[in-house]
Design a protein around this ligand. Structure first.
Ligand code: TRP
Length: 331
Protein backbone atom coordinates (compact mmCIF):
# COMPACT_ATOMS: atom_id res chain seq x y z
CA UNK A 1 0.00 0.00 0.00
CA UNK A 2 1.44 3.35 -0.95
CA UNK A 3 1.12 6.13 1.58
CA UNK A 4 -0.72 9.32 0.70
CA UNK A 5 1.40 12.42 0.64
CA UNK A 6 1.27 15.36 3.04
CA UNK A 7 2.93 18.62 2.14
CA UNK A 8 3.49 21.59 4.37
CA UNK A 9 5.62 24.71 4.31
CA UNK A 10 7.17 27.18 6.70
CA UNK A 11 8.58 30.61 5.91
CA UNK A 12 12.19 31.12 7.05
CA UNK A 13 11.59 34.57 8.52
CA UNK A 14 12.95 34.04 12.05
CA UNK A 15 13.25 31.75 15.02
CA UNK A 16 10.58 29.16 15.65
CA UNK A 17 8.54 29.40 18.83
CA UNK A 18 5.99 27.45 20.87
CA UNK A 19 3.25 28.52 18.46
CA UNK A 20 5.04 26.73 15.62
CA UNK A 21 5.45 23.68 17.83
CA UNK A 22 1.79 23.44 18.81
CA UNK A 23 0.36 24.83 15.57
CA UNK A 24 2.41 22.81 13.12
CA UNK A 25 5.43 20.79 14.17
CA UNK A 26 3.76 18.44 16.67
CA UNK A 27 1.22 17.60 14.02
CA UNK A 28 3.90 17.02 11.39
CA UNK A 29 5.71 14.66 13.74
CA UNK A 30 2.51 12.74 14.51
CA UNK A 31 1.82 12.31 10.80
CA UNK A 32 5.26 11.34 9.58
CA UNK A 33 4.94 7.58 10.05
CA UNK A 34 1.53 7.33 8.45
CA UNK A 35 2.07 9.59 5.43
CA UNK A 36 4.71 10.25 2.82
CA UNK A 37 5.74 13.58 4.37
CA UNK A 38 7.20 16.54 2.52
CA UNK A 39 8.13 19.69 4.43
CA UNK A 40 9.24 22.72 2.55
CA UNK A 41 11.22 25.77 3.61
CA UNK A 42 9.32 28.31 1.54
CA UNK A 43 11.99 30.93 0.99
CA UNK A 44 10.19 32.57 -1.95
CA UNK A 45 7.21 33.06 0.35
CA UNK A 46 9.53 34.81 2.80
CA UNK A 47 10.41 37.22 -0.01
CA UNK A 48 6.78 38.24 -0.52
CA UNK A 49 6.96 40.37 2.64
CA UNK A 50 10.75 40.57 3.23
CA UNK A 51 12.01 41.37 -0.26
CA UNK A 52 13.71 44.55 0.98
CA UNK A 53 16.08 42.64 3.26
CA UNK A 54 16.80 39.07 2.27
CA UNK A 55 20.04 38.73 4.20
CA UNK A 56 18.78 36.39 6.95
CA UNK A 57 16.65 34.01 4.91
CA UNK A 58 19.24 31.29 4.32
CA UNK A 59 20.49 31.34 7.92
CA UNK A 60 16.89 31.13 9.10
CA UNK A 61 16.30 28.19 6.77
CA UNK A 62 19.09 26.18 8.41
CA UNK A 63 18.05 27.25 11.89
CA UNK A 64 14.43 26.25 11.21
CA UNK A 65 15.55 22.87 9.87
CA UNK A 66 17.51 22.33 13.11
CA UNK A 67 14.33 23.07 15.06
CA UNK A 68 12.33 20.64 12.93
CA UNK A 69 14.82 17.92 13.83
CA UNK A 70 14.75 19.11 17.44
CA UNK A 71 10.99 18.62 17.56
CA UNK A 72 11.30 15.04 16.33
CA UNK A 73 10.81 15.40 12.62
CA UNK A 74 13.17 12.81 11.17
CA UNK A 75 14.86 13.61 7.86
CA UNK A 76 15.19 9.87 7.22
CA UNK A 77 11.42 9.56 7.33
CA UNK A 78 10.25 12.96 6.11
CA UNK A 79 11.59 14.87 3.15
CA UNK A 80 12.93 18.31 4.12
CA UNK A 81 13.47 20.61 1.16
CA UNK A 82 13.85 24.20 -0.03
CA UNK A 83 11.29 25.81 -2.32
CA UNK A 84 13.76 27.81 -4.41
CA UNK A 85 15.80 24.67 -5.09
CA UNK A 86 12.80 23.21 -6.93
CA UNK A 87 12.05 25.71 -9.70
CA UNK A 88 9.07 23.63 -10.86
CA UNK A 89 7.07 25.40 -8.11
CA UNK A 90 7.58 28.64 -10.06
CA UNK A 91 6.61 27.03 -13.34
CA UNK A 92 3.32 25.67 -12.01
CA UNK A 93 2.67 29.00 -10.28
CA UNK A 94 3.08 30.75 -13.64
CA UNK A 95 0.64 28.39 -15.34
CA UNK A 96 -1.83 28.85 -12.47
CA UNK A 97 -1.64 32.61 -12.99
CA UNK A 98 -3.07 32.15 -16.49
CA UNK A 99 -6.34 30.70 -15.18
CA UNK A 100 -6.74 32.51 -11.84
CA UNK A 101 -8.96 35.60 -11.75
CA UNK A 102 -7.33 38.41 -9.76
CA UNK A 103 -10.44 38.88 -7.55
CA UNK A 104 -9.99 35.32 -6.22
CA UNK A 105 -6.70 36.48 -4.71
CA UNK A 106 -7.96 39.87 -3.56
CA UNK A 107 -10.67 38.25 -1.47
CA UNK A 108 -8.38 35.85 0.43
CA UNK A 109 -8.72 37.08 4.05
CA UNK A 110 -4.99 37.02 4.85
CA UNK A 111 -4.34 39.44 1.98
CA UNK A 112 -6.04 42.45 3.56
CA UNK A 113 -5.17 41.37 7.12
CA UNK A 114 -1.44 41.17 6.43
CA UNK A 115 -1.50 44.43 4.46
CA UNK A 116 -3.04 46.14 7.48
CA UNK A 117 -0.70 44.46 9.96
CA UNK A 118 2.44 45.25 7.97
CA UNK A 119 1.34 48.73 6.91
CA UNK A 120 4.89 50.08 7.07
CA UNK A 121 5.87 47.84 4.13
CA UNK A 122 4.89 48.32 0.52
CA UNK A 123 2.90 45.19 -0.23
CA UNK A 124 1.36 46.37 -3.48
CA UNK A 125 3.41 43.80 -5.44
CA UNK A 126 2.16 41.01 -7.67
CA UNK A 127 4.26 38.66 -5.55
CA UNK A 128 2.38 39.48 -2.37
CA UNK A 129 -1.02 39.22 -4.04
CA UNK A 130 0.05 35.89 -5.51
CA UNK A 131 1.21 34.41 -2.18
CA UNK A 132 -1.65 31.88 -1.90
CA UNK A 133 -1.31 30.91 -5.54
CA UNK A 134 2.37 30.10 -5.06
CA UNK A 135 1.29 28.08 -2.01
CA UNK A 136 -1.20 26.23 -4.21
CA UNK A 137 1.65 25.37 -6.59
CA UNK A 138 3.81 24.17 -3.65
CA UNK A 139 1.15 21.65 -2.75
CA UNK A 140 -0.15 20.61 -6.13
CA UNK A 141 3.22 20.05 -7.79
CA UNK A 142 3.61 17.03 -5.43
CA UNK A 143 0.11 15.64 -6.00
CA UNK A 144 -0.25 16.05 -2.23
CA UNK A 145 -3.60 14.95 -0.80
CA UNK A 146 -3.19 16.52 2.61
CA UNK A 147 -1.93 19.83 3.95
CA UNK A 148 -1.32 19.82 7.73
CA UNK A 149 -2.02 23.41 8.76
CA UNK A 150 -3.79 25.53 11.35
CA UNK A 151 -7.20 27.15 10.98
CA UNK A 152 -5.75 30.38 9.54
CA UNK A 153 -4.50 28.55 6.43
CA UNK A 154 -7.82 26.96 5.47
CA UNK A 155 -8.72 29.76 3.00
CA UNK A 156 -5.41 29.14 1.23
CA UNK A 157 -6.12 25.44 0.85
CA UNK A 158 -9.63 26.31 -0.37
CA UNK A 159 -8.14 28.60 -3.00
CA UNK A 160 -5.81 25.79 -4.08
CA UNK A 161 -8.83 23.52 -4.53
CA UNK A 162 -10.65 26.08 -6.66
CA UNK A 163 -7.61 26.69 -8.83
CA UNK A 164 -7.10 22.94 -9.31
CA UNK A 165 -10.72 22.50 -10.40
CA UNK A 166 -10.42 25.33 -12.89
CA UNK A 167 -7.08 24.09 -14.20
CA UNK A 168 -8.34 20.52 -14.59
CA UNK A 169 -11.33 21.90 -16.42
CA UNK A 170 -9.18 23.56 -19.06
CA UNK A 171 -6.55 20.80 -19.16
CA UNK A 172 -8.21 17.56 -18.01
CA UNK A 173 -5.23 15.30 -18.60
CA UNK A 174 -3.17 17.29 -16.09
CA UNK A 175 -5.28 15.38 -13.50
CA UNK A 176 -4.16 17.61 -10.65
CA UNK A 177 -5.04 16.45 -7.14
CA UNK A 178 -7.40 18.64 -5.06
CA UNK A 179 -5.65 18.97 -1.69
CA UNK A 180 -7.39 19.01 1.66
CA UNK A 181 -6.44 20.70 4.93
CA UNK A 182 -5.52 18.32 7.74
CA UNK A 183 -6.26 20.55 10.69
CA UNK A 184 -3.98 20.78 13.69
CA UNK A 185 -5.87 19.34 16.66
CA UNK A 186 -4.58 21.83 19.26
CA UNK A 187 -6.26 25.20 19.70
CA UNK A 188 -4.16 28.28 19.05
CA UNK A 189 -2.05 29.56 21.96
CA UNK A 190 -1.95 33.26 22.80
CA UNK A 191 1.35 35.11 23.18
CA UNK A 192 2.91 35.86 26.57
CA UNK A 193 1.00 39.18 26.71
CA UNK A 194 -2.31 37.55 25.68
CA UNK A 195 -2.20 39.11 22.20
CA UNK A 196 -1.78 36.94 19.11
CA UNK A 197 1.54 35.10 19.38
CA UNK A 198 3.92 36.73 16.95
CA UNK A 199 7.59 37.45 16.59
CA UNK A 200 6.72 41.06 15.74
CA UNK A 201 4.97 41.48 19.12
CA UNK A 202 7.98 40.07 20.93
CA UNK A 203 5.69 37.81 22.96
CA UNK A 204 7.01 34.36 22.11
CA UNK A 205 8.97 31.62 23.82
CA UNK A 206 11.39 30.37 21.19
CA UNK A 207 12.36 26.73 20.82
CA UNK A 208 15.99 27.85 21.10
CA UNK A 209 15.49 29.87 24.33
CA UNK A 210 17.62 28.65 27.22
CA UNK A 211 16.27 27.63 30.64
CA UNK A 212 16.85 31.01 32.24
CA UNK A 213 15.18 32.90 29.39
CA UNK A 214 12.12 30.66 29.65
CA UNK A 215 11.93 31.29 33.41
CA UNK A 216 12.12 35.06 32.89
CA UNK A 217 9.56 35.09 30.12
CA UNK A 218 7.09 32.96 32.08
CA UNK A 219 7.51 35.17 35.14
CA UNK A 220 6.38 38.15 33.05
CA UNK A 221 3.41 36.39 31.47
CA UNK A 222 0.03 38.04 31.44
CA UNK A 223 -2.39 36.39 33.84
CA UNK A 224 -5.74 37.24 35.47
CA UNK A 225 -5.39 41.03 36.00
CA UNK A 226 -7.97 41.17 38.80
CA UNK A 227 -5.79 39.03 41.02
CA UNK A 228 -3.72 41.77 42.64
CA UNK A 229 -3.23 39.49 45.67
CA UNK A 230 -2.82 35.73 45.96
CA UNK A 231 -5.98 35.32 48.07
CA UNK A 232 -8.30 36.77 45.40
CA UNK A 233 -10.15 34.04 43.45
CA UNK A 234 -8.87 33.91 39.86
CA UNK A 235 -10.17 32.89 36.46
CA UNK A 236 -8.61 29.89 34.78
CA UNK A 237 -10.58 29.88 31.51
CA UNK A 238 -8.85 31.92 28.81
CA UNK A 239 -5.94 32.65 31.16
CA UNK A 240 -2.77 32.21 29.10
CA UNK A 241 -0.82 30.79 32.04
CA UNK A 242 -3.31 27.93 32.35
CA UNK A 243 -3.62 27.50 28.59
CA UNK A 244 0.13 26.94 28.56
CA UNK A 245 -0.16 24.54 31.52
CA UNK A 246 -2.77 22.57 29.57
CA UNK A 247 -0.56 22.52 26.49
CA UNK A 248 2.82 21.75 28.07
CA UNK A 249 2.42 20.32 31.57
CA UNK A 250 1.87 16.56 31.33
CA UNK A 251 1.24 16.33 35.10
CA UNK A 252 -2.55 16.63 34.94
CA UNK A 253 -2.96 16.17 38.69
CA UNK A 254 -0.65 19.09 39.37
CA UNK A 255 -2.46 21.29 36.83
CA UNK A 256 -5.89 20.38 38.28
CA UNK A 257 -4.65 21.17 41.79
CA UNK A 258 -3.26 24.54 40.68
CA UNK A 259 -6.54 25.39 38.93
CA UNK A 260 -8.59 24.49 42.03
CA UNK A 261 -6.43 26.58 44.29
CA UNK A 262 -6.31 29.45 41.78
CA UNK A 263 -10.11 29.57 41.59
CA UNK A 264 -10.27 29.51 45.38
CA UNK A 265 -7.63 32.23 45.87
CA UNK A 266 -5.29 29.74 47.53
CA UNK A 267 -2.19 29.89 45.39
CA UNK A 268 0.26 32.61 44.42
CA UNK A 269 1.13 33.43 40.82
CA UNK A 270 4.76 32.67 41.58
CA UNK A 271 4.02 29.01 42.28
CA UNK A 272 1.78 28.65 39.21
CA UNK A 273 4.38 30.25 36.97
CA UNK A 274 7.36 28.46 38.48
CA UNK A 275 5.68 25.12 37.81
CA UNK A 276 4.84 26.22 34.29
CA UNK A 277 8.46 27.19 33.58
CA UNK A 278 9.60 23.79 34.87
CA UNK A 279 7.11 22.03 32.58
CA UNK A 280 8.10 24.06 29.51
CA UNK A 281 11.78 23.59 30.20
CA UNK A 282 11.48 19.83 30.57
CA UNK A 283 9.47 19.68 27.37
CA UNK A 284 12.10 21.78 25.59
CA UNK A 285 15.14 19.90 26.96
CA UNK A 286 15.13 17.01 24.47
CA UNK A 287 14.32 19.48 21.67
CA UNK A 288 17.33 21.61 22.65
CA UNK A 289 19.50 18.53 22.80
CA UNK A 290 18.56 17.23 19.32
CA UNK A 291 18.76 20.74 17.89
CA UNK A 292 22.27 21.17 19.30
CA UNK A 293 23.35 17.79 17.93
CA UNK A 294 22.13 18.71 14.45
CA UNK A 295 23.88 22.08 14.59
CA UNK A 296 27.10 20.51 15.86
CA UNK A 297 27.57 18.35 12.77
CA UNK A 298 29.22 20.47 10.11
CA UNK A 299 27.48 20.31 6.77
CA UNK A 300 24.76 17.99 8.07
CA UNK A 301 21.77 20.31 7.71
CA UNK A 302 22.94 21.47 4.33
CA UNK A 303 23.17 17.88 3.19
CA UNK A 304 19.68 17.11 4.52
CA UNK A 305 18.20 20.06 2.62
CA UNK A 306 20.17 19.35 -0.57
CA UNK A 307 19.29 15.65 -0.66
CA UNK A 308 15.65 16.38 0.19
CA UNK A 309 15.40 19.04 -2.49
CA UNK A 310 16.88 16.71 -5.08
CA UNK A 311 14.35 14.03 -4.20
CA UNK A 312 11.47 16.53 -4.19
CA UNK A 313 12.54 17.86 -7.55
CA UNK A 314 12.21 14.46 -9.20
CA UNK A 315 8.59 14.27 -8.02
CA UNK A 316 7.87 17.85 -9.12
CA UNK A 317 9.41 17.23 -12.53
CA UNK A 318 7.16 14.22 -13.01
CA UNK A 319 4.10 16.35 -12.35
CA UNK A 320 5.31 19.10 -14.66
CA UNK A 321 5.89 16.65 -17.52
CA UNK A 322 2.26 15.66 -17.21
CA UNK A 323 1.11 19.27 -16.92
CA UNK A 324 3.13 20.45 -19.91
CA UNK A 325 1.62 17.70 -22.01
CA UNK A 326 -1.86 18.57 -20.76
CA UNK A 327 -1.36 22.24 -21.70
CA UNK A 328 -0.05 21.03 -25.08
CA UNK A 329 3.30 22.68 -24.66
CA UNK A 330 5.24 19.55 -25.49
CA UNK A 331 8.00 20.13 -28.05
N1 TRP B 1 1.31 30.05 4.13
C1 TRP B 1 1.88 29.09 5.03
C2 TRP B 1 2.00 29.74 6.41
O1 TRP B 1 2.10 30.93 6.53
C3 TRP B 1 3.24 28.63 4.58
C4 TRP B 1 3.17 27.79 3.33
C5 TRP B 1 3.70 28.07 2.11
C6 TRP B 1 2.58 26.52 3.22
N2 TRP B 1 3.47 27.07 1.24
C7 TRP B 1 2.80 26.09 1.88
C8 TRP B 1 1.87 25.70 4.11
C9 TRP B 1 2.30 24.87 1.43
C10 TRP B 1 1.39 24.49 3.65
C11 TRP B 1 1.60 24.08 2.32
O2 TRP B 1 2.02 29.02 7.38
Amino acid sequence: MTKQRVLSGMRPTGKLHLGHLVGALQNWVDLQAKYDSYHCIVDWHALTTNYADTSDIVANAFDNAADWIGCGLDPEQSTFFVQSLVPEHAELYLLFQMVTPIPWLERVPTYKEQMAQLSERDLSSIGFLGYPLLQAADIVVYDAHWVPVGEDQVPHVELAREVVRRFNNFYPSSALVEPQALLTPTPRLPGLDNRKMSKSYNNTIDLSDDTKTVQNKVRQMYTDPKRVRADIPGTVEGNPVFMYHDAFNPNVAEVDDLKDRYRAGKVGDVEVKTKLAVAINSMLDPIRERRAQALARPGYLREVLMAGSKKARVVAQGTMDRVRAAVKLKY
